[in-house]
Design a protein around this ligand. Structure first.
Ligand code: BEZ
Ligand code: FE
Length: 301
């Protein structure tokens, strides 16, 4: 087909997909082409703006490494990641909600006992004693749930952001298995709000949008047990000033932990502690795999 114009080019591009055997992939491409073309038309995109956009995406790609995920950050800060999470995890009304995974999870964190571990590994910050109980949405405590935990230090940095980081020296990350009563307890440092990395293209985009880069203080949890829908979530610090303006749109009311401050004395693990400390308690409520999300997946499959 020749002499295509701005009115009939979309149809012509879509017609080229006629031989695609994979209907799902074909549908994705058709929607992508339609929305991309509609975006260019409705915005009246100029050639100069198109080039700037291409340069921005190219530089975003150049920023990515095995441990720096600028494209994920772009998706997160545009709200796309949380949208995809939300539409893919239909949950019972009382289940703890699913939130963005974020770019700082690392597999292979040390497996620690369900009680008494200190995951700080010398990271600075005010001590915080965490107690988490994992239950099914029907209220039954769940033993044997594998829980990954990861968080930033008191300055708002993850261990992997240190240029000298190696996976032999992880801090503020661990893997636990819940005890018979579905509980685990550990010592860490109180999390603090922090900016997402702003030294790349996403930082420039946020500045251009007059947006702050902050995430409210949180601890990440991933809970996995056969027969239950894996839960990837954060527990946020109640009262954090950024709860209502999280730059990646991840805050959910079911994900606010109970943090309290205590004077020096006896810590929850029975040890004496000479500085003020914090406690955080939360429940993680898991949906069975045949719950709303399981049914959704079955209907797609
Ligand atoms: C995080 O909480 O680790 C995170 C999530 C999304 C973007 C950047 C950081
Ligand atoms: Fe985080």
């Amino acid at each position: 087909m020749r002499n295509l114009n701005e009115d009939n080019i979309t149809e012509a591009v879509i017609a080229r997909l006629a031989d695609m055997p994979d209907n799902r992939l074909k549908g994705i491409f058709i929607n992508l082409i339609q929305h991309l073309h509609a975006f260019a038309r409705e915005t009246g995109l100029t050639e100069e703006e198109w080039k700037k956009g291409i340069d921005f995406l190219t530089e975003t790609g150049h920023r990515c490494t095995d441990i720096r995920h600028e494209f994920i950050l772009l998706s997160d800060t545009l709200g796309l990641s949380q949208l995809v999470v939300a539409q893919n995890h239909q949950r019972s009304s009382n289940a703890t909600e699913q939130t963005v995974f974020g770019p700082f999870y690392i597999p292979g964190a040390p497996v620690l006992p369900a009680h008494g571990a200190d995951i700080a590994n010398d990271a600075a910050g005010e001590p915080c004693f965490v107690s988490t109980t994992v239950k099914s949405t029907t209220g039954e405590p769940l033993a044997g749930v594998t829980i990954d935990v990861w968080q930033a230090d008191a300055e708002g940095y993850y261990d992997v952001q240190d240029p000298d980081w190696s996976d032999e020296n992880m801090s503020l990350r661990a893997r636990f298995v819940t005890d018979e009563s579905g509980t685990l307890t550990f010592r860490t440092v109180k999390p603090r709000h922090y900016p997402v990395p702003t030294d790349g293209t996403v930082g420039r985009m946020l500045e251009a949008m007059h947006r702050h880069p902050m995430r409210p203080a949180h601890i990440h949890f991933m809970a996995q047990k056969d027969g239950y829908d894996t839960l990837i979530t954060h527990i946020f610090l109640d009262g954090d000033p950024y709860l209502d303006s999280d730059t990646v749109f991840g805050v959910r009311s079911t994900c606010i932990g109970q943090f309290s401050q205590h004077p020096a004395g006896t810590a929850p693990d029975g040890t004496g502690i000479t500085v003020p400390f914090h406690t955080m308690t939360c429940e993680l409520l898991l949906d069975p795999a045949n719950g709303p999300n399981g049914a959704r997946l079955a209907s797609i499959g």
